[in-house]
Write a new protein. Sequence first.
Length: 253
Amino acid sequence: MRSNDRIFLLLEHISSHEFQSLAEIADQVELPRPTTLRFLRALEENGWVSRDDRARYSLGPAVIALAHRYLARTPVLSVSQRPMEELRDELGETVSLSALAGDRRICIQEFPSLQPLRHVHEIGTVAPLHVGASGRLLLAYLSPQARAQVLAQELDSFTTLTLTEREALERDCETTRAQGWTISRGEKTRGVVALAVPVTDATSGAVFALAVFAPAVRFDADRDMNTWIAALQQRARQIEEVIGAQPQAPTRS
């Protein structure tokens, strides 16, 4: 594993397991303690991680500056809040917005269902592109070359319903692009159903996945399918229209 990969591995681990000791981190990321300490010291010097008086590590303030720059340069995040809240209230289920993160997808915005029985990803959750409605939606809108690179990898199976065959996934991508939406049923998490549609930033060309998901026991395809799709597509168009109407910040060299 390259040094850069190890640093990203440490940052990702600390973001999900804060306030851990050097020994705990090294054991869980499976790196030698001297190597882990060397990388943690470098990250600490640059503000990416912090160490408290009990020698436990957590994310540092530099992460805030990086997140702020991402938020400022991603208009879909600011304009999608109200439409997503309205969608959550209309359907009564959790609504999320996901973006590409390399060869994976990451949840960048979420409004959890207000019902006691609900399914929630949490902002920052990362998952493969071949599984789940949001992931497969983003996979479908990749360039053919980028999609081929993703599908050439070993694809993990999460449940017996997970698609892992390249030909089947290619056909699924074709169907998704043709109809403009996709659905998943228990392929990543048993008992969960999700629907996703694309949201496109016409300026940058970036595609995001707007999704609604819920416990399968509350979803009736005959009753809910068309309602969910129409509501998702309506909010996606609303977000795209607002993004397109916003003045664009000048590009800095």
